[in-house]
Write a protein that binds this ligand. Structure first.
Ligand SMILES: *[C@@H]1O[C@H](CO)[C@@H](O)[C@H](O)[C@H]1NC(C)=O
Length: 231
């Protein structure tokens, strides 16, 4: 087929044009995958959220007056989202870093990762949940097998018609299957944006709210890198 095409001058030109198009667009689209300036808006926190290094790094911080957060410019109906996150180090008790997909409106759908801070040396809890039409109640919690404050790690959400899978460093930690066939509702027709925030939740987060935020450690900061979203 290819040889036959090239016999014709017009077809040869098309082949060249397509090849050039692929050469030009492929690397740039994967580079665009990591520029926060193009991908997100910092939506609250009055300067506590920052995009640094020409869009390569994003930091959120929290102090006694406020937390901060951002959201994606695009919305997605089914996707795989990957983000590298380095969580608040040291005594992060009372703080929560949230990373989630959510649709608009009063009967919204949502897919959540929440990282509940802890006293130095005590483990973070990774909290996951799925909301359909405004109803959650599908929490599952995990401890991590590494210190999430020492380095960046990749946290991913895969959402397709068959299932939702939460991954950490490529390892699936939870699967939420589409069981609509047996009457369990499933997020399937409301596009979602990606959101992330760092906020104070010391009324419930750490040991059920027993350990309060130590404001003498503020500001608390979490870092983000390499957001990839494949719709
Ligand atoms: C904090 O550490 C305590 C003690 O190890 C543990 O019970 C708890 O699950 C940890 N995480 C949170 C968020 O409370």
């Amino acid at each position: 087929m290819a040889a036959a095409c090239v016999n014709n001058n017009n077809d040869a030109l098309i082949v060249i044009v397509i090849t050039l198009f692929l050469i030009i667009t492929l690397p740039s689209s994967s580079m665009a995958g990591s520029n926060f300036n193009q991908q997100v808006d910092i939506t609250w926190g009055d300067g506590r959220g920052k995009i640094l290094n020409s869009g390569k790094i994003l930091t959120l911080s929290l102090d006694r007056a406020s937390g901060s957060g951002f959201q994606s410019k695009n919305e997605y109906l089914y996707d795989k989202i990957d983000m590298q996150i380095k969580l608040v180090p040291g005594n992060s008790a009372g703080t929560v870093t949230a990373y989630y997909l959510r649709s608009d409106g009063i009967s919204w759908d949502e897919i959540d990762f929440e990282f509940l801070g802890n006293l130095s040396g005590d483990p973070y809890v990774v909290h996951t949940n799925v909301y359909t039409q405004g109803k959650g109640g599908k929490e599952q919690q995990f401890y991590l097998w590494f210190d999430p404050t020492a380095n960046l790690h990749t946290y991913s959400i895969l959402w397709n018609p068959a299932h939702i899978v939460f991954y950490i460093d490529g390892r699936p930690i939870r699967e939420f299957k589409n069981l609509e066939g047996v009457g369990v509702s499933y997020p399937k027709n409301q596009p979602m944006k990606l959101y992330s925030s760092l906020w104070n939740a010391d009324d419930w987060a750490t040991r059920g709210g027993l350990v309060k935020t130590d404001w003498s450690q503020a500001p608390f900061t979490a870092s983000f890198k390499n957001l990839k979203a494949n719709a």
